[in-house]
Ligand binder design. Structure first.
Ligand code: IPM
Ligand code: MG
Length: 365
């Protein structure tokens, strides 16, 4: 099969974890005799430095052409005080919007060999297996009006949370379809005791639920959900929520998985005229400037994103399973980066980013 993939390593540890993820992709392509066509593009801080824009037109063109796009992470500390539209993150928001990838799937599971890596009690986290479906191209991230009206002591900042019925409907359908193939439970998370936005969200989710009679739906307020995720994570199967709530809750989910470095994600949009689905893959973690360039970052979230790409974009289930299995083998072997080492247990030096990538390839065989 021909696999045409655009790689956007981005900033900080994004470049390091992406290198290993691409190494795994090459390894899989060679082993199963697929022809791999890789292109590389600029996104985020590096794109601002080279072109002046966090999401250059050339990157948009390459992404529109590719079958799938693999991203690292974006963000550089030197832009910390820049306005939102001149920051590296604007590139990420730009590509999500340009590709129209409205559903971001963030699976959260605990691996048996990692329960000690979570600061939570083992009996609480064991067996956690959920998928957070985060709406990705609407809500307060994109709503207008937005901005800061400078006026001395009267200076005012505005952001707008907005959703249309259609935006809620399509992401809700995605969540229900996923639930049909899992444990058939959708928990929709909102703040409908305060926000009209959430009231519409809840109404539309209930309407969509009628088309999926085999799936149970419940609704949870986002503050309560933050608590239940830690108290009783096993109760969740598919968690459906809007953009910002999903951003926040998925970092909390990372604690259940042992490290944010473990979480992969797949973002799914509409179909192209050719019939192919538009998809973007990225680990959930950020660019982590504090450990960038040190060969310390955990590449397993990025490598898990490659497994998702093989499954969702190319339908290569056997290859995807082999990558997932190899991740488990490496975790069990203890050859992991420092973020996965339980505190206080002397185990010798942790593995480097590169060693973990190589260990995954070796485990695939
Ligand atoms: C994420 C990140 C991004 C987001 C940032 C880097 C803009 O936190 O993908 O979770 O908020 O969507
Ligand atoms: Mg986030």
């Amino acid at each position: 099969m021909d696999l045409s993939v655009l790689v956007l390593p981005g900033d900080g540890i994004g470049t390091e974890v992406t290198r290993e993820a691409v190494g795994v992709l090459r390894h899989v392509a060679a082993k199963w005799r697929h022809s791999l066509k890789l292109a590389e593009g600029l996104l985020g801080g590096i794109a601002i430095h080279r072109t002046g824009s966090p999401f250059p037109a050339e990157t948009a063109r390459l992404a529109a052409e590719a079958d799938a796009t693999l991203m690292g992470a974006v963000g550089l500390p030197e832009f910390d005080n820049a306005p939102p539209d001149q920051r590296p993150e604007k590139g990420l928001l730009g590509i999500r919007q340009a590709l129209g990838v409205y559903a971001n799937l963030r699976p959260v599971r605990t691996y048996a060999s990692l329960v000690d890596s979570s600061p939570l009690k083992n009996h609480l986290v064991e067996g956690t297996d959920m998928i957070i479906v985060r709406e990705l191209t609407g809500g307060i991230y994109y709503g207008t009006p937005r901005g800061i009206a400078e006026n001395g002591a009267e200076t005012q900042a505005v952001n707008t949370m907005t959703y249309t019925r259609a935006e809620i409907d399509r992401v809700a359908r995605m969540a229900f379809r996923l639930a049909e193939a899992r444990r058939r439970q959708v928990t929709s998370v909102d703040k409908s005791n305060v926000l009209e936005n959430s009231q519409l969200w809840r109404r539309v989710v209930n309407e969509v639920a009628r088309d999926f009679p085999d799936v149970k739906v419940d609704h949870m307020l986002v503050d309560n959900c933050a608590m239940q995720l830690i108290l009783n994570p096993r109760r969740f199967d598919v968690v459906l929520t809007e953009n910002m709530f999903g951003d926040i809750l998925s970092d909390e989910g990372a604690v259940l998985a042992g490290s944010i470095g473990m979480l992969p994600s797949a973002s799914i949009g509409a179909r192209k005229p050719s019939g192919a689905w538009v998809r973007l893959y990225e680990p959930v973690h950020g660019s982590a400037p504090d450990i960038a360039g040190q060969n310390k970052a955990n590449p397993l979230g990025a490598i898990g994103s490659v497994a998702a790409m093989l499954a969702y974009s190319f339908g290569l289930q056997e290859e995807a399973k082999a990558v997932e299995k190899a991740i488990e083998t490496v975790l069990e072997s203890g050859r992991v980066t420092a973020d996965l080492r339980p505190a206080g247990i002397p185990l010798g030096p942790p593995a480097t980013t590169e060693q973990v990538g190589q260990a995954v390839c070796a485990a695939i065989g």
